[in-house]
Design a protein around this ligand. Structure first.
Ligand SMILES: *[C@@H]1O[C@H](CO)[C@@H](O)[C@H](O)[C@H]1NC(C)=O
Ligand SMILES: *[C@@H]1O[C@H](CO)[C@@H](O)[C@H](O)[C@H]1NC(C)=O
Ligand SMILES: *[C@@H]1O[C@H](CO)[C@@H](O)[C@H](O)[C@H]1NC(C)=O
Ligand SMILES: *[C@@H]1O[C@H](CO)[C@@H](O)[C@H](O)[C@H]1NC(C)=O
Length: 293
């Protein structure tokens, strides 16, 4: 049938729509041109007919390895690494974006921010793109996106928590101990994903020197993140402000009063005398790496 005849027929019958005519064209040209006609029809109907080139089709599209860790916790001052793994990357670029302000931190292995603490780590041939953040701050907490420059872009979100780690000395902030008994202080590091690499003990402003006086024992356990300071047969001269200071954590202190006899007055007198006669040259650094495994 000729289309013009149909149109005439449609016009005279005043019943059918123009789309029926298109359908007829398709039916009449049921060969290679059918698809084109269908596309034209779709366009006429406002349907987009984006033809996806074969290299952009799903089988060769980049995709994220969903098995990687997506949430990280670190302590203030530590270095954080966010690992993004992209398969089938091809020649596209991987960027790291800070979600909070949509700041582009890195593109490929280039850093795009003035904050040089951010860095992209990548080994040629690997599919891992790591965002490295040195000396993490609490303000670095938040979401970071690993983004691939496909059209449209694909991204994977990573959450970073930067926590302030604190030390705590178990018991009262002030201890009264009778002369001759032991000073036994236990320090625990709280809110830290990693064990501290060391824990220092101070009395006053100085690291405790255990060669200055016998009977001092320190046991630091990495696994339990604790350190125990034991000073046996305490004398009033051992009184003072004891501080436990782990690496990458806020310190904790306790005031220790060693009582000579029973009266607090005597204790205070002794403490004053001790502070007045303390020989600072006798204080050394010690115990940093005493670890029990
Ligand atoms: C990875 O996860 C995203 C979102 O959860 C999903 O859309 C995508 O299909 C997943 N990819 C694979 C390879 O499993
Ligand atoms: C020190 O105190 C802890 C508990 O805080 C206790 O387990 C430990 O046995 C004590 N050590 C000594 C030598 O008293
Ligand atoms: C004990 O020492 C620490 C660290 O030097 C200090 O922050 C704290 O204020 C001191 N405590 C007292 C009661 O002096
Ligand atoms: C620690 O004490 C010992 C013994 O009193 C002393 O010989 C040494 O010099 C002291 N070390 C420091 C660094 O003060």
């Amino acid at each position: 049938m000729n289309c013009r005849i149909i149109l005439l027929w449609l016009f005279t019958n005043r019943l059918k729509g123009i789309s029926e005519c298109f359908s007829t064209i398709i039916r009449e040209n049921y060969d290679g041109s059918r698809i084109e006609a269908e596309n034209k029809l779709n366009r006429a109907e406002g349907v987009s007919d984006h033809i996806v080139p074969y290299w952009d089709q799903p089988f060769s599209q980049p995709y994220f390895d969903n098995t990687t860790k997506r949430e990280y916790t670190t302590t203030v001052g530590q270095t954080a690494h966010l690992h993004c793994r992209v398969r089938n990357l091809g020649d596209r670029a991987v960027s790291w974006i800070r979600k909070r302000d949509l700041h582009i931190l890195t593109v490929g292995i280039q850093t795009y921010t003035n904050d040089q603490r951010f860095m992209s780590l990548h080994t040629d041939g690997s599919d891992e793109w790591t965002l490295k953040i040195t000396s993490s701050q609490t303000r670095d907490s938040g979401v970071y996106e690993c983004q691939v420059s496909t059209e449209p872009k694909i991204s994977q979100a990573f959450k970073l928590n930067v926590v302030v780690s604190k030390a705590k000395i178990i018991g009262n902030p002030e201890l009264h101990i009778k002369s001759g008994s032991d000073i036994n202080l236990t320090c625990v590091v709280l809110q830290t994903p990693d064990p501290p690499s060391f824990i220092y003990w101070y009395r006053g402003g100085d690291v405790i020197n255990y060669s200055q006086r016998g009977g001092i024992n320190v046991v630091t356990e990495k696994q339990t993140k604790t350190s125990r300071l034991l000073i046996s047969r305490a004398t009033p001269e051992d009184s003072g402000n004891y501080t436990c200071s782990p690496s990458s954590s806020d310190a904790a202190s306790v005031l220790v009063h060693v009582l000579q006899g029973e009266t607090p007055a005597a204790m205070q007198h002794s403490a004053t005398v001790r502070i007045g006669t303390i020989d600072f040259t006798l204080l050394i650094l010690f115990l940093c790496f005493v670890f029990v495994r």
